[in-house]
Write a protein that binds this ligand. Sequence first.
Ligand SMILES: Cc1cc2nc3c(=O)[nH]c(=O)nc-3n(C[C@H](O)[C@H](O)[C@H](O)COP(=O)(O)OP(=O)(O)OC[C@H]3O[C@@H](n4cnc5c(N)ncnc54)[C@H](O)[C@@H]3O)c2cc1C
Length: 336
Amino acid sequence: MRHVDVIVVGGGPAGAAAAERLKTAGADVLVLDKERFPRHKLCAGWITPQVMADLRLEESAYPHGLLSFRRLHFHVKGLRLGVPCVQHSIRRFEFDAWLLDRSGAECVQHAVRDIRAESGYYEIDGIFRCRHLIGAGGTSCPVRRSLFGGALSRTRALQTVTLELEFACDWRDADCHLWFFEHGLPGYSWYVPKASGWLNVGVGGMAMRLKQRSENIRLHWSHLAGKLQHQFGINVPDDPAGYSYYVRDFGEPMRIDNAFLAGDSAGLATRDLCEGIGPAIRSGQQAAHAIVNGTEYTLDGVTGASLGGGLISRCVDWAFTHGAGRATHSEEGIVT
Ligand SMILES: Cc1cc2nc3c(=O)[nH]c(=O)nc-3n(C[C@H](O)[C@H](O)[C@H](O)COP(=O)(O)OP(=O)(O)OC[C@H]3O[C@@H](n4cnc5c(N)ncnc54)[C@H](O)[C@@H]3O)c2cc1C
């Protein structure tokens, strides 16, 4: 059996950020991921300046394509509001592999199945053993399932469902567009251009509210494809893929003994824009900090709102979730 101080399950942004901090502090850390990197990850790939700052990353230092857009266009019921901003887009295929590599941590390809807590240690599949364990395995994280199952029950009303596609496209509009509540969608659809002629488009909404409306997210995908054809002259291939994750429920700390949850495994995406990369990175870093310093693991400073946390955030949150779970909007966001 291989023994290390810390095992991180999942090498996405949460796991890579945790691994980097642990490695820098001199910890003996191993990342386990079921995929071989670079791996495909469904995501619009929109990252905020806060993400860049948390990663101490200058635009010019990123070795792959990074596009910066200067305006975010919000479309609501036929009204259009262009908000000046500086935001970025990356391709997750490249970004995640780069982050994991940059962490300096060893990553072993292994699909984690069985986790047992035994006399102060965690044993994984009878092969790996550690004192500290970080669950960063996304929505279906095995750490959450094995060790937190009884303690945390997910609030169904906070579950999102998405459909998206990233494809090569000779796009002309280099800004980001978001359409809210179109055709009654309890969520929004997006157009996110990327460097080197890539485009990501998709729709996301609250799963339970869609079900209550007896609607399928596919219907809203068709609406989006029609709009992009009509307004932008873009033919979207009808080949989207889906994924589901949870927005933030401000419940109990995501730690039991020396097991921690970070990123999507803890359901940390923001409640107004369902932004999850920033919260994943921050929570991964904070879990690492707690391990290295023997301190409490708190999610203070892990934002729960992307739109500033004020009235607009609250209204969008309410329109999406109808106030389900616990919420707070005291953090700063992307639009200031
Ligand atoms: C369609 C869509 C669009 C999105 N757009 C944005 C956006 O534009 N901006 C934004 O900020 N957020 C966005 N998000 C949310 C964002 O993608 C997630 O919040 C973010 O990826 C969470 O990172 P993570 O590290 O927690 O999990 P993940 O990135 O999901 O990484 C989890 C890792 O765990 C591994 N794993 C899972 N199970 C096991 C196992 N049993 N054993 C070993 N390894 C395992 C997986 O292979 C994976 O590599 C979007 C999400 C979707 C679905």
